[in-house]
Design a protein around this ligand. Structure first.
Ligand SMILES: [Zn+2]
Length: 301
């Protein structure tokens, strides 16, 4: 993938969002910090490129655990300021672990503070490149994407992947989320993008095809709230399995009753008994080859 020499992309596994390290004589900048349990690997990847140089700033695309889980560790290692989307900086300052989907989704992120607020519409120079901060609500209502017009690079976070985007809350729980998702795709479609560096997966250049897939998914979600809820809970459970490595199948009914996002989405949309919801999630993740069953436990495929 042709990339300016100061742009280093660390493509991580699905548990950690990708990191982008932007090198500059004026100070190196890291975009996103991965999941908490992967913080040692995040620090090692950064250190290998920096070769002892300081990090001048850590910036985040949005506040989810797989993008900010290493924030505290990076801050401790480098003492650098953390720049965060202004639209959800207050959630971090208040440590709103429900809206940020931390304990509410059985996910973990060590607490950190916001040193600098990134406002949509402003431009920041990182890695000797100008990056425009663009609001990208939908999957996360406060998210930003970063666009460099010179090289036509979009750091898209979870707003656009090669195949889809981060899950969106069902319409009956968050009526603003799906229209915002559509508007964000329209905003990206109107940009002149050569290469997308997504929050998950390899960088890609066929932006039109990715947008087409994202629009199709959005229309399928719009037609069926239960489809959105099933997709969201499957994504969350698959993510938790990556973090935990395995879970006992017999624990799942109480798990989906105990963990807030499963309980609330089930009550609002799916309306299944906890055992039926647990069984449906296992069956559909198996069918998608996302998990495997070994005896009485499930683990990532
Ligand atoms: Zn996310």
């Amino acid at each position: 993938m042709p990339m300016p020499p100061q742009v280093h992309v660390f493509v991580r596994d699905w548990l950690s969002g990708n990191n982008v390290l932007l090198r500059s004589g004026d100070g190196h900048v890291l975009v996103d910090s991965g999941y908490s349990t992967h913080a040692p690997l995040t620090l090692a990847l950064v250190a290998r490129v920096l070769e002892g140089a300081p990090l001048s700033r850590l910036v985040n695309t949005h506040g989810h655990s797989d993008h900010v889980g290493g924030n505290a560790a990076v801050k401790q290692a480098y003492g650098c300021p953390i720049a965060f989307p202004a639209a959800e900086a207050d959630l971090v300052e208040q440590w709103d672990t429900k809206t940020l989907l931390f304990d509410y989704a059985d996910q973990d992120a060590p607490r950190f503070g916001v040193d600098e607020r990134l406002h949509a519409g402003t431009t920041h120079v990182w890695g000797d490149l100008e990056w425009r901060m663009l609001a990208a609500p939908g999957h996360d209502m406060g998210a930003l994407v970063f666009y460099n017009p010179e090289h036509r690079i979009l750091v898209s976070g979870d707003a656009l992947w090669a195949n889809g985007y981060g899950f969106v809350m069902p319409q009956c729980m968050a009526p603003e989320a799906l229209p915002a998702t559509r508007a964000t795709l329209d905003m990206i479609a109107a940009l002149d993008v050569r290469v997308v560096i997504p929050g998950h997966g390899e960088a890609f250049t066929d932006v039109r095809a990715a947008l087409d897939r994202a629009y199709r998914r959005t229309e399928a979600f719009a037609a069926d709230d239960t489809r959105m809820a099933r997709y969201a809970l499957k994504a969350l459970l698959a993510f938790t399995l990556l973090a935990r490595r395995s879970m006992a199948i017999t624990d799942l009914p109480s798990y989906v009753e105990r963990v807030g996002v499963y309980r609330d989405m089930n009550a609002a949309v799916l309306r299944m008994t906890p055992p039926a919801l647990a069984q449906m999630l296992v069956d559909e993740l198996l069918r998608a080859n996302a998990i495997r069953v070994t005896g009485a436990t499930i683990s990532p495929a």
